[in-house]
Design a binder for this molecule. Structure first.
Ligand SMILES: [Ca+2]
Length: 99
């Protein structure tokens, strides 16, 4: 049986490819695919972004090699960044993370 962490890693890969294969180049997220992913999978984070151009900014930040597509490595940087922010929120709120 896979561990929790292995399951989390597998899910990252599965979710990325679910959206990356929606149109055009499979294996990378276009701007449209990134928007879909964020609207469906990161709705709470997106709601907290008051800026209507948030997706464009995120896309620009993530697209490290500037090819207009977000590959898995670039996508993971977003997840890591959000995870670090979440972990800090947990600490501030003094919540117990153990589940
Ligand atoms: Ca790219």
């Amino acid at each position: 049986m896979p561990s929790d962490l292995e399951t989390a890693m597998e899910l990252l890969i599965v979710v990325f490819h679910r959206y990356a294969s929606a149109d055009g180049r499979a294996g990378t997220l276009s701007r449209r695919e990134l928007r879909q992913l964020m609207e469906n999978e990161l709705a709470n984070f997106l709601k907290s972004q008051k800026d209507p151009g948030a997706i464009d900014k995120i896309m620009k930040d993530l697209d490290a090699n500037g090819d207009g597509q977000v590959d898995f490595e670039e996508f993971v940087a977003l997840v890591v960044g959000l995870s670090v922010a979440c972990e800090q929120c947990y600490k501030l709120a003094g919540k117990k993370i153990n589940k």
